[in-house]
Design a protein around this ligand. Structure first.
Ligand code: ADP
Length: 260
């Protein structure tokens, strides 16, 4: 059922590709080509102006590269890795990246209960990507000013408590911002591939649908809470990693994976 959902999402994505993405991509290429053309003309008469045109071209190329990266991540067929990850360590490991992404005027706070030692079963690269996607959305919603709070906490869910999650232990990783928030109408649409309210070239509308696909594939859930004018909290419920029972005889002990 889940793979069907992903299939439907992909089909929709492909259907909208020609209209939306090709158009955005073309705009970015126009910026690159235009910038290079102007730079070529001015390189002798006005090197400083030429440099500015080259910088513009580089920015356009970087946007196009980011777009194709997102498209590739979205259509990836490889299986997710399923490895034990310490969620707090993962977020702290992203501190530099988050600071650079959010800028000086947005405060970043990471919270975790002191006794929180639960690991999650996930794919490190994909999880980092998801957190980064959420942080970029938070930044855009805060327009340069506000507070981003990332919290991880272990929760035990009953069957049916959170969407498709089975009963069991999860780590709830939430990314909260003090940004513009979303109306109920908007909230209903944000997981659609290519749905964006951002100007062409800035938003692809793939961020949240990618996060959604990744978390569902990892047997987790995504929950959104948002109040217009106050902010948004996105919570990822990820299954807790529980190590196999410790091996008792020597043979089993030496055959156990040495990852921890
Ligand atoms: P993109 O960021 O490229 O637009 P997403 O799928 O990540 O694509 O987000 C879709 C839309 O959801 C955004 O354009 C924005 O309108 C809304 N959105 C996402 N995250 C937030 C947030 N934290 N606060 C307010 N609006 C948000």
């Amino acid at each position: 059922q889940e793979s069907k959902l992903r299939q439907v999402q992909k089909m929709e994505a492909v259907g909208q590709l020609t209209g939306g993405i090709a158009h955005d991509f073309n705009n970015m290429l126009a910026v690159v080509l235009g910038g290079l053309e102007l730079a070529k003309r001015q390189v002798e008469a006005d090197p400083a102006a030429a440099q500015r045109h080259i910088d513009n071209a580089t920015e356009g190329a970087n946007r196009a590269a980011a777009l194709t990266r997102q498209l590739l991540a979205f259509s990836r067929e490889e299986a997710l890795r399923s490895e034990p990850i310490e969620p707090v360590a993962l977020v702290l490991g992203m501190s530099d990246l988050l600071d650079r992404t959010l800028g000086d005027t947005i405060e970043v706070d990471v919270h975790a209960p002191e006794d929180d030692s639960w690991l999650v079963r996930s794919d490190q690269h994909q999880l980092e990507n998801a957190v980064l996607n959420l942080a970029v959305n938070a930044r855009d919603a805060m327009e340069g000013r506000g507070k981003l709070t990332i919290t991880t906490v272990g929760v035990t869910l009953a069957e049916g408590a959170v969407g498709t999650c089975q009963a069991g232990d999860y780590v709830a990783l939430s990314v909260a911002d003090t940004g513009c928030g979303m109306s109920p109408d908007l909230l209903e649409r944000v997981f659609e591939p290519f749905f964006t309210t951002k100007p062409a070239g800035k938003g692809t509308g793939l961020g949240l649908s990618q996060v959604f696909a990744f978390v569902r594939q990892a047997d987790g859930e995504v929950r959104l809470k948002s109040v217009v004018g106050e902010g948004t909290t996105v919570t990822l419920y990820l299954p807790r990693y529980v190590a196999d029972a410790p091996a008792t005889d020597e043979k089993a002990a030496s055959a156990a994976p040495a990852s921890f």
